[in-house]
Design a protein around this ligand. Structure first.
Ligand code: PHE
Length: 340
C-alpha cells in the first residue's frame, strides 16, 4: 500500500498540463468521486491497525498535493491566456495619444502679453458680468449713448443695471478704483455684444485693453508704445498711422492702422487694396474718467487702447471666418504653434 501511494505521489509531483483538458483529466483521475484518492481511502479498512496512522497521513498528503497541483496549474493556464490576449500583442501597431495644441486665440493673447510685459505692463483681469456704472457711466457714456441700446448690450433680464461687459474698458475703471498711479497694465478677457453671428462678427469675442497712467504721459508715449507693439508683433518693417476717432472715455481718440504685412502696402485682398489694416482703438484717458475713479486729473494723464484678439489673430494667420475660433475643430486648431 505504501509503495502504491508513493508511486502516486511521484506521479502527482511530476504532472504537468499544457491545456485545460489535460488538467481536467488529471483532476478526474485523482479527485473525483470514483478517483484514486477516494479509492485509497476505501482501502484503509484493510490496512493493519498499527500502520493506519502512518498510511492515513500519507493519504492526506496525496489528497492535498493533488488539490494543490490542480489549483496551481489552473492559475498558470489562466495567466497564459491573458498574456496571449490581443490587448497585449506587442506586434500590434501602437495607439498614439492625440496630443492637444494651444488655441490660436491663446497663442496670440500670450504673444501680445509677452510683448507688453517687456515694456513693464502687468496683467490684470476683471469680471465678465458688470454693472452699468463700470461698463458705461464711469467711462463717460452719456445716458442716451447708442451703445447702451438693447441692440449692442446683453442685459440681465431681472436687473437691467447688470450687463455682460461689452468691452474690457470696464476693467480700466476697476483698476483705477483700486490703485493709484503709476498704473501700467493690460487686461485680456472675453466681451459680449448682441450681434448677429457671421464670418466677420460674433456675439462673444476677446479683447486686450491697455492702460498707462502717470505724471506727464503724452500722446507721444501712446504712439511709441503702440509702434513698438506693432513692429514686434507684425514685423520690423511695419508702419503705423493714426486716424482721428471718437470714444466717450478718451480725448483725443484715434484708431490705429498698420501697413498691410501681407502685401507690404501695395494693396491686396487682406487690406482691401488700401495698403492699411485697422487694428485698434486708443486715446488719452478723458479727465472725467480719471475723476470718476478719484484720480487727480490735474496731476495725472494717461492713455488707453483696446484691440480685438480675434481680429489680430485673423490678420496674423489670414483666417477669413471668425466662427472657426469657436467650433473646436481639431483640424483647424492643430495648425498653429508658438514659442509661448
Ligand atoms: N473699448 C473700445 C472698443 O471696444 C476700444 C478702446 C479701448 C478705445 C481703449 C479707446 C481706448 O471698441
Amino acid at each position: 500500500m505504501k509503495e502504491k501511494i508513493n508511486k502516486y505521489l511521484e506521479e502527482i509531483n511530476s504532472f504537468i498540463a499544457e491545456t485545460p483538458d489535460q488538467l481536467e483529466a488529471f483532476r478526474i483521475k485523482y479527485l473525483s468521486k470514483k478517483g484514486i484518492v477516494t479509492g485509497l481511502f476505501a482501502e484503509m479498512k484493510d490496512v493493519a491497525p498499527e500502520l493506519r496512522r502512518e498510511v492515513g497521513l500519507l493519504l492526506n498528503d496525496v489528497k492535498n498535493k493533488a488539490q494543490d497541483k490542480v489549483s496551481s496549474i489552473k492559475d498558470n493556464l489562466a495567466q497564459k491566456e491573458t498574456s496571449t490576449d490581443k490587448s497585449t500583442d506587442l506586434t500590434l501597431p501602437a495607439n498614439f495619444l492625440n496630443i492637444g495644441s494651444r488655441h490660436p486665440l491663446s497663442i496670440v493673447r500670450n504673444d501680445i502679453i509677452e510683448i507688453f510685459s517687456r515694456l513693464g505692463f502687468t496683467v490684470e483681469v476683471g469680471p465678465e458680468i458688470e454693472d452699468d456704472w463700470h461698463n458705461f457711466t464711469a467711462l463717460n457714456f452719456h445716458e442716451e449713448h447708442p451703445a447702451r441700446d438693447m441692440q449692442d448690450t446683453f442685459f440681465i433680464e431681472k436687473n437691467p443695471d447688470i450687463v455682460l461687459r461689452t468691452h474690457t474698458s470696464s476693467v480700466q475703471i476697476r483698476v483705477m478704483q483700486n490703485e493709484q498711479p503709476p498704473i501700467r497694465s493690460i487686461f485680456p478677457g472675453r466681451v459680449f455684444r448682441n450681434e448677429a453671428i457671421s464670418a466677420r462678427a460674433h456675439c462673444i469675442f476677446h479683447q486686450i485693453e491697455g492702460l498707462y497712467i502717470d505724471e506727464n504721459v503724452s500722446f507721444a508715449d501712446l504712439k511709441q508704445t503702440l509702434y513698438y507693439f506693432a513692429t514686434e508683433f507684425f514685423g520690423t518693417d511695419t508702419k503705423i498711422r493714426f486716424r482721428p476717432s471718437y470714444f466717450p472715455f478718451t480725448e483725443p481718440s484715434a484708431e490705429m492702422d498698420i501697413s498691410c504685412f501681407i502685401c507690404g502696402g501695395s494693396g491686396c485682398k487682406v487690406c482691401k487694396h488700401t495698403g492699411w489694416v485697422e487694428i485698434l482703438g486708443c486715446g488719452m484717458v478723458d479727465p472725467n474718467v480719471l475723476e470718476n475713479c478719484d484720480i487727480d486729473s490735474e496731476k495725472y494723464t494717461g492713455f488707453a487702447f483696446g484691440m480685438g484678439i480675434e481680429r489680430v489673430a485673423m490678420l496674423k494667420y489670414q483666417i477669413d471666418d471668425i466662427r472657426l475660433f469657436f467650433e473646436n475643430d481639431a483640424r483647424f486648431l492643430k495648425q498653429f504653434t508658438s514659442a509661448t
